[in-house]
Design a binder for this molecule. Structure first.
Ligand code: PLP
Length: 482
């Protein structure tokens, strides 16, 4: 076979036999730097796939001669290798208006947590080693003190996520026995977490009381039997029952439980550790309030309003937490050292609550003054207009953000951003034009994600600290739209 570069005349179609072998391709001088950088294993595999693809095109008679030139082959292979090595998990810009966005990784970690996490993962650490005593330690103790200090709990333990915390708490405290829960609180969270199914998985028998809209203390009282192990309250975090409603508060229910010797467990879902109302945000129940009301254990997420890593936090009475910690299932649900490091650093921020709206991204964005959001939107307006013209028109828009992740579903935060609409003679083609724009924004090096509403693509600037990350990508956007 002739050398690839001599084999065909530019402009004609290449034949299968014009393609080099894998060996021959990898010996091309142009490929030596790539081979040196990445090694033969990756390059051989990618070269084989590349050549297989080109061979199919050549057999079909549609492979351009130019594509089998040495330089073109080297370039194609380099591109494949770059693609193969590029991580699938990528940073994106969340301009959807949903601050704690489940599909976008929920809470963004504070810088202190990222730094601590990186330092702890770079070497061995005392995950389960007691540095004072010189013996085996318990990983829970790394965060238990902080959790107790912040919530006022006697004891605390942590697991992989809040779904695991709920499952574990029910299994450990009520496995094989009955759990009483109101029909108004049989919550389904996204991703197949449904309270009745969780109870069943935990091996507990769910006893429903009351109705969808109204449940009374007497309903619980009547249902308590010798086989009742737990009373359960579930915060209806992702929906609201309004109108003729009645629910039993934790304090009342805990008192009943104490009288009858049955502990109360509360699943808060989000569980803000500070009063959100101080920043004009809707009130969200806090674990410390639940404990003060007499709950035996409270479960909540690490990556919703708390603003840390994915984790399930269990706080409560020492004896109950101890049973949960000792339950064998705990071992399968335990938190790994990665989120544990991030959790410790995130919780430590709560020791300085005055700084939270600076230090914790989730709270910074939720509490962000409207004028600041609007300033970012204004800075983007003209450059974005220029980048998408003449096919699209951009306006400054008053928007409303959501907290997200099932938190406070009915509440909206006044926000600001940009609304982009296709310039078309009629409405025909609007959907296609918006799809094209959204796809172009997603194709950027740091994909920009907005939302479509009322025939416009909306870019909510609440979670964009500065305009730069979007401004820097406008030339690429212009190119993608061309
Ligand atoms: C979000 C939520 C959960 C699940 O928490 P994860 O951390 O997502 O596992 C459980 N219960 C309630 C009420 C929730 O809102």
């Amino acid at each position: 076979m002739p050398a690839p570069e001599e084999s065909v005349v530019h402009g004609s179609k290449a034949r299968p036999q014009d393609l080099p072998s894998v060996d021959k391709l990898l010996r091309l001088p142009a490929l030596q730097p790539l081979l040196e950088a990445h090694g033969a294993t990756l390059l051989t595999r990618e070269a084989r796939t590349l050549l297989d693809g080109l061979r199919q095109l050549a057999v079909a008679g549609v492979l351009d001669g130019a594509q089998v030139q040495a330089d073109a082959l080297a370039q194609a292979l380099a591109a494949r290798v770059g693609d193969r090595l590029a991580p699938r998990m990528r940073r994106v810009l969340n301009l959807t208006g949903t601050v704690i966005h489940t599909n976008l990784g929920r809470s963004v970690l504070p810088a202190a947590a990222v730094a601590h996490l990186a330092r702890m993962m770079e070497g061995p650490n005392n995950l389960e080693y007691d540095l004072a005593g010189g013996g085996r330690g318990d990983r829970d103790t790394l965060v238990e003190g902080l959790l107790c200090e912040i919530t006022g709990a006697e004891a605390a333990t942590v697991v992989n996520n809040n779904a695991a915390a709920v499952l574990l708490a029910i299994a450990a405290l009520a496995g094989g026995r009955e759990v009483i829960v109101s029909r108004g609180e049989l919550v389904e969270i996204g991703g197949a977490f449904r309270m009745p199914d969780v109870m069943a998985s935990a091996g507990a028998k769910m006893v429903e009381v009351g109705t969808t809209n109204r449940t009374h203390l007497a309903d619980y009282a009547r249902a308590i039997s010798a086989n009742t192990a737990l009373l359960m309250k579930v915060h209806t975090s992702n929906y609201a029952v309004q109108g003729f409603t009645s629910a039993v508060g934790e304090a009342e229910l805990a008192a009943l439980g104490r009288e009858r010797g049955v502990p109360l467990a509360t699943d808060l879902g989000s569980g803000a550790l500070v009063d959100m109302a101080q920043w004009g945000l809707p009130k969200e129940p806090m674990p410390q309030e639940m404990l003060a009301a007499g709950c035996g254990v409270v479960t909540f997420s690490g990556d919703k309003l708390l603003g840390g890593p994915q984790a399930g936090l269990i706080v409560g009475e020492r004896a109950l937490v101890q049973r949960i910690r000792k339950f064998p299932m705990k071992r399968t649900l335990r938190l790994s050292k990665l989120p544990l490091a991030a959790l410790e650093a995130t919780l430590a921020l709560y020791l300085q609550p005055e700084r939270l709206t600076q230090d914790l991204p989730t709270l910074r964005w939720l509490a962000r003054p409207l004028a600041e959001v609007e300033a970012v939107a204004r800075a983007l307006l003209e450059p974005l207009r220029a980048a998408v013209a003449p096919r699209y028109e951009v306006q400054l828009a008053a928007l409303s953000s959501q907290i997200g992740s099932g938190s406070l579903p009915v509440e909206r935060l006044p926000s600001s951003g940009l609304a982009i609409a296709p310039v078309l003679p009629g409405r025909r083609g609007t959907g296609t034009a918006l799809d094209a724009l959204a796809a172009a924004l997603r194709s950027l090096p740091e994909p920009v994600l907005g939302r479509v509403a009322d025939d416009r693509l909306l870019l909510d600037c609440r979670c964009l600290d500065t305009p730069e990350p979007v401004l820097a990508q406008l030339p690429a956007l212009q190119e993608a739209l061309a």
